[in-house]
Write a new protein. Structure first.
Lengths: 421, 666
């Protein structure tokens, strides 16, 4: 299956940051139609029927998430999550920087769908350029009458606020994000209550990923059936896959869900000549590796889960036979330990401990028992954490420990060598 | 509505929504916790409270899982034990394990749970992370960052109980530390509570560091007498020295489980070298030490001679607010027996301590929709009462009103408020009456007087008022109040004045005038722990026991009868006020009631609910019309002046008025 450009259509060809260009290509028409002709419930219906699932990592059905908002509480918020810090993910930044109006239109449609009058977009601190581009687009849209009060004379008001983060991965976790947005320390909240019940400033809140919201635009334009007709049984529509690692043409590729893993590698130009594939991490730093024998699996939520991994945010990292998996594992575990907010014991202490043991191994100063400790402790902390970050430490590490044990064992000092550190 | 579930096979029925950790307590199953605390609620941070719930794929945290109908919960079993062992192993990875020099050793939840649930060995081969140790957090507390398990109880206490938000978590991940948000010293009225909340030895009290081991402590439960709240507390004594006081966690009715820093830390004065240990008699210009027999003889003779020469109006006694009920009772009993009617506890600015009709229980404050503070701020006068007011505001949504006039207070009430708590300082009767009148129509009004002295209300109930005997029964003869006695003194008509635990030279509205008046009294007796401004002007100074050295009862501002229990031995040569009164009674040939009679009498008079008066009743009015307006009042700190003799408190107590001016609206 080839690349299909839906959200990515026009990127690199036209200046989509220009509101006129965007409008010439049909931009904001769905927004106007929604406000003029549709009821919020219709938008929710479309989201539900399209089978759209969250593109931020958890893959939660979008329409269902919206339906959790308590009807009796009219004050509610939509928050667009553009913290994008998952290792290997770089699609949301592209969208806000290259197609800011599309993202904004998605936010507007989502807000209408849940009947909220104030939406926020939380942009990762490092995305300065994307922030500037998006803010400019928002100003233009406001001038054009797409954001503000009494939109299209309908009496519907909608304000959008842009907020920059300070570059913490944990502020991408939805409740960490909400805390940060409120000006508090960026650490996840204890759930329940879930954001749909008590979110931003204690009000019912929907947090959706940039890509998720952006897909609302083509879904409104072409219909829920169009979206639902693509993909596999429980993974509908398209997905932007951020392919990186040992491929010849890394980049963002939009494909129908269900395209095989092998096809995605090929779309990205395949491996470098003379190299063999060792592993693919299909769903971001939090996902386990899949291997050679799993390359023909369809790339969708169910099959990645069945293979013991996940589709996650669509960050697709390819490893060839030049990979030092001890270093790779150390790199990822160090990332999680560094980004741990430190609230809960398993993630704070476990991540840090694993990182230090891996660091020793990277430098060839392992001791006997390290290999077993890595397996035991990474497995032991999983499932005990307050948020999903802590549970993200094990999958990659475990998958490469089991697949490439010799790479780890080779780093253990022999008995006659000196004591560690 | 109750739900039925089983915990370790035992059927349990608890109200819907009860956290499993609380439900398990009802069947005596221990679930270990670090971050959870009954008064702070769940935080879900430490993850040690893991339980196995049938039908759930993962272990769940008992602190944040509500009991549900039909739930099958296991607090033991291989899965639970593996999870807990993992958490403890992780907590110990970077823990310094310096138990031998840690104050918490022996009462540490990390030690206890590690013994109970951990593996007993470790795979750690790397060095532990280093963090700052012995961080001087503020005047009261030292923090060891390495021992911290980041349960955030201290941070949450500061936020949701004290409403101070000084303590925060700084940095991230394994490098996080506890610190004050601004970097300035950690300092407010309730800091010491975090040392008790801290499950490990990270937060320790400066006053207790390196002083003892818990197994060397003798523990006595008693009542804090430093203000009129009457918080229950444990007095921990090592080899005869009072080393610390600790809160009583289930004391929901009085302290709600907290202590203020004064109640907790102002205890060093018991061992102060400044303490009086022998009666002092003024000869010529200076004091000489005398024995108790001589002291009683001189005292008794002075009274007998005065009555013979000038009649009973020439004799008076002031005190009661710092005595036990039993002592206050015996004090008025003895003097009334010999015909003396000049009796009063009110040596300071306060006129009234008993709220009368509408007096409420402390817990009623939490039900109030509005809490009106009429008069001085209660933060200094009754610190832990202030915590309860904050609780009502923070969690019950009550409005706290500091108002200069009743009209302002009424205007600040939330619409339709039917439950109001009114707290008054008991100083200005007209103001008290005006506020009470303004709220008379409120359906559920509960009133409180935040007194300057711990047992002020007890003194009134025991009859230390010039117009009433025990149980507020009208006295046979009406005497002069304290201000009246000082006026008599100035006129030269007062011959013997006996004062017990009062310091009017410092605390009366016009202390300087009191000082001048005392010069004119031929025989002034002062029972005190220290040579206070007043004692220094006495003819006879009697060294007294403090509250931790005697046994009796006290009556707090809400009318709760509370036990005072001796925890330490007083220095040799020091007597309680009761023992002094016994000595005096022998000189005056008065038979005092026996101990059992006394207990029964006290309880009987306590039971008298004084219903026939309210705030500002005219009977509490002063014999002396006016008090000069331009004299600045001394601050009434709970604990009185004792803190000046407690070197560890030098930085904590500031003798400047910190009471909020009347008129500030919260
Ligand atoms: C540690 C962590 C980091 C996350 N980072 C992001 C992120 O950067 N962007 C994002 O959209 N979702 C992120 N998520 C997922 C969000 O919590 C949330 O599920 C998502 O924003 C929901 O949007 P969706 O339903 O549209 O996918 C993260 C989750 C975790 C646990
Ligand atoms: S799992 Fe990690 S990031 Fe998540 S709350 Fe716990 S310490 Fe923070
Ligand atoms: S200092 Fe004590 S109470 Fe505070 S977070 Fe650390 S362990 Fe918990
Ligand atoms: S001084 Fe008052 S508030 Fe403080 S601990 Fe003692 S009784 Fe409680
Ligand atoms: S007590 Fe439950 S997580 Fe800490």
């Amino acid at each position: 299956m080839p690349v299909t450009k839906v959200l990515t259509a026009g990127i690199g060809e036209a200046d989509l940051r220009n509101i006129d260009v965007y409008r010439e290509r049909g931009g904001y028409r769905q927004w106007e139609r929604a406000v003029r002709e549709l009821k919020p419930g219709d938008v929710l219906d479309l989201a539900e029927k399209s089978g759209l699932r969250g593109r931020g990592g958890a893959g939660f059905p979008t329409g269902k998430k919206w339906s959790f908002l308590p009807a009796e509480k009219p004050l509610r918020y939509l928050v667009c999550n553009c913290d994008e810090a998952e290792p290997g993910t770089f699609k949301d930044h592209m969208l806000i920087a290259e197609a800011p109006h599309l993202v904004l239109e998605g936010i507007l449609l989502g807000s209408y769908g849940i009947e909220c009058h104030h939406a926020f977009i939380y942009i990762r601190g490092e995305f300065k350029r994307g922030y500037e581009i998006f803010s400019a687009a928002l100003d233009e849209a406001r001038k054009a009458g797409f954001v503000g009060d009494d939109l299209f004379g309908s009496g519907f008001n909608l304000e959008v606020t842009v907020q920059r983060g300070a570059g913490a991965y944990i502020c991408g976790e939805e409740t960490g994000l909400l805390n940060s947005l409120e000006g508090k320390r960026g650490e996840p909240r204890l759930k329940p209550p879930f954001p749909a019940i008590e979110g931003l400033y204690g009000m019912p809140t929907v947090v959706n990923n940039v890509e998720t919201l952006a897909y609302l635009v083509p879904i409104l334009e072409k219909g829920a059936e169009w979206f639902a007709s693509v993909g596999t049984e429980r993974s509908k529509g398209y997905k932007i896959v951020s392919v990186s690692g040992h491929v010849q043409r890394p980049g963002n590729y939009e494909v129908a869900l269900g395209t095989t893993v092998r096809e995605i590698i090929d779309i990205a130009g395949g491996l470098r000549p003379g190299r063999n594939l060792m592993a693919v991490q299909p769903g971001g730093g939090s996902s386990a590796c899949i291997f050679e024998e799993q390359l023909d699996l369809p790339y969708d939520y169910e099959n990645m889960a069945k293979a013991g991994s996940m589709l996650g945010s669509g960050a697709f990292v390819v490893f060839d036979d030049s990979t030092d998996f001890v270093k790779a594992a150390h790199n990822l575990v160090r990332f999680f330990a560094h980004e741990s907010c430190g609230q809960c014991t398993p993630c704070r202490e476990g991540g840090h401990w694993l990182e230090r043991v891996l660091e020793r191994l990277v430098h060839g100063r392992g001791v006997s028992g390290d290999y077993e400790m890595l397996l035991r402790v990474s497995g032991g902390i999983t499932g005990l954490n307050l948020c999903a970050l802590g549970d993200s430490i094990e999958p990659f590490l475990k998958s490469v420990l089991l697949r490439f044990p010799e790479q780890f064992r080779a780093r253990v000092l022999k008995a006659k060598e000196t004591v560690p550190v | 509505m109750n739900v039925n579930l089983t915990i370790d096979g035992v059927p349990v029925s608890v109200p819907k929504g009860t956290w499993l950790v609380e439900a398990a307590k009802t069947v005596q199953q221990e679930i270990p916790v670090y971050c959870y605390h009954t008064k702070l609620g769940p935080a879900g941070l430490c993850r040690v409270c893991l339980v196995d719930i049938e039908g759930m794929p993962k272990l769940q945290i008992a602190c944040n899982t509500p009991a549900a109908e039909g739930m099958v919960v296991r607090t033991r079993g291989a899965r639970v034990e593996a999870g807990r062992a993992m958490i403890l192993e992780l907590l110990l990875v970077n823990h310094p394990l310096d138990c031998p020099i840690c104050d918490k050793g022996g009462e540490c939840d990390l030690q206890d749970y590690a013994m109970a649930y951990a593996r007993g060995n470790s795979d750690v081969v790397d060095p532990k992370t280093r963090k700052p140790k012995a961080v001087d957090l503020g005047p009261t507390i030292v923090l060891d960052e390495e021992r911290c398990v980041v349960c955030q109880r201290c941070v949450r206490f500061d936020d949701i109980i004290a409403d101070e938000r000084q303590l925060v978590v700084k940095d991230r991940g394994a490098h996080d530390i506890i610190a004050t948000a601004t970097g300035s010293p950690y300092r407010h009225n309730f800091t010491g509570n975090v040392t008790e909340l801290c499950p490990v030895g990270a937060l320790t009290s400066k006053t207790y560091r390196f002083k003892s081991r818990p197994w060397d402590l003798n523990r006595t439960q008693t009542t804090c007498t430093q203000c009129a709240v009457g918080c229950q507390q444990f007095a921990d004594v090592r080899y005869g020295t009072l080393l610390r006081t600790m809160s009583v966690e289930n004391d929901d009715a009085i302290s709600d489980g907290w202590l203020c820093d004064r109640g907790r830390y102002n205890i060093g004065f018991y061992a102060s070298p400044d303490r009086l240990t022998q009666p002092l008699y003024r000869k010529g210009g200076s004091f000489v030490q005398i024995g108790w027999d001589d002291a009683f003889a001189l005292w008794g003779k002075a009274i007998t001679d005065a009555i013979a020469a000038k009649g009973t109006p020439s004799v008076g006694a002031i005190g009661g607010g710092r005595l036990t009920n039993e002592e206050a009772y015996v004090l008025q009993y003895l003097f009334r027996k010999i015909g003396v009617a000049n009796l009063d506890w009110r040596s300071g600015r306060q006129r009234q301590a008993t709220p009368g009709a509408n007096g409420g229980a402390l817990t009623d404050i939490e039900l109030a929709q509005a809490i009106v503070i009429a008069g001085e701020s209660i933060e200094e006068r009754a610190p832990v009462l202030w915590l309860r007011v904050r609780k009502a505001a923070l969690r019950g949504g009550a409005t706290v009103v500091h108002a200069a006039t009743p009209a302002e207070a009424v205007a600040a009430l939330p619409a339709g408020a039917t439950r109001v708590a009114l707290v008054w300082d008991g100083i200005d009767l007209a103001r008290g009456r005006a506020f009470a009148d303004a709220f008379a129509g409120v359906a559920e009004l509960s009133t409180y007087v935040a007194s300057e002295q711990g047992n002020a209300r007890g003194a009134e109930a025991m009859g230390m008022l010039p117009w009433s005997g025990p149980g507020y029964a009208a006295a046979r003869a009406r005497g002069r109040d304290a201000a009246g006695m000082f006026e008599d003194a100035r006129n030269g008509s007062l011959a013997v004045l006996s004062m017990f635990g009062v310091n009017p030279v410092r605390n009366a509205a016009d202390g300087a005038a009191v000082a001048q008046a005392l010069v004119k009294v031929p025989f002034v007796v002062v029972s005190e722990l220290f040579l206070t401004e007043t004692a220094d002007r006495a003819t006879l100074v009697l060294p007294a026991k403090g509250a931790f050295e005697k046994t009796g009862t006290t009556l707090n501002l809400a009318g709760d009868l509370l036990p005072v229990n001796a925890a330490v031995q007083a220095p040799d040569g020091v007597l309680s006020d009761l023992e002094m009164l016994l000595g005096l009674a022998a000189q005056l040939d008065v038979d005092l009631p026996r101990a059992e009679e006394l207990d029964a009498t006290v309880i009987e008079h306590m039971a008298h609910a004084p219903e026939d008066f309210g705030f500002g009743d005219s009977r509490f009015a002063s014999d002396v019309a006016s008090v000069p307006e331009d004299v600045p009042p001394a601050t009434i700190l709970s604990g009185g002046g004792t803190w000046r003799h407690d070197p560890t408190l030098a930085t904590l107590q500031v003798e400047t008025p910190s009471s909020q001016p009347v008129g500030a609206t919260a």
